[in-house]
Design a protein around this ligand. Structure first.
Ligand code: 5GP
Ligand code: ZN
Length: 112
């Protein structure tokens, strides 16, 4: 379920501090430590899996759950004018943390 060496699992367990903006039994949303936009949040499932390629049915249910929660969380964090979701997968995308996460970016007009 949780991976003992994974940095995001450590955040879930409270072993590494984070600025949480939303939490429930299935998911956590916290501020990215190195924001790439005025607002940069990370939404993660509490069950650890690395990549979409490794997602099982439970992981897919968690992802669906998270996607359905994001609009309200975005609005509550000042993103009523729009936002971008990013899921980096693998080295060419620059993925650095191998616990599936959705970047939520906004708070300004984003370049592409
Ligand atoms: P990736 O590059 O894997 O798609 O995204 C990982 C993100 O996690 C990066 O944007 C990075 O700034 C963020 N990050 C890495 N370590 C930490 C941490 O300890 N705390 C927080 N809040 N964000 C982190
Ligand atoms: Zn993890």
């Amino acid at each position: 379920m949780l991976d003992k060496d994974c940095i995001f699992c450590k955040i879930i367990r409270g072993e590494i501090p984070s600025s949480k903006v939303y939490e429930d039994e299935k998911m956590l949303v916290f501020k990215d430590i190195e924001p790439k936009a005025k607002v940069h949040l990370l939404a993660i499932p509490k069950n650890h899996f690395k990549l979409l390629a490794e997602m099982d049915e439970g992981g897919a249910e968690d992802l669906k759950y998270i996607l359905k929660k994001i609009p309200r969380i975005a609005k509550e964090n000042g993103l009523e004018n729009g936002y971008r979701l990013v899921i980096n997968q693998g080295d060419d995308a620059g993925q650095t943390v191998f616990h599936l996460h959705i970047h939520i970016l906004g708070g300004e007009t984003l370049g592409w």
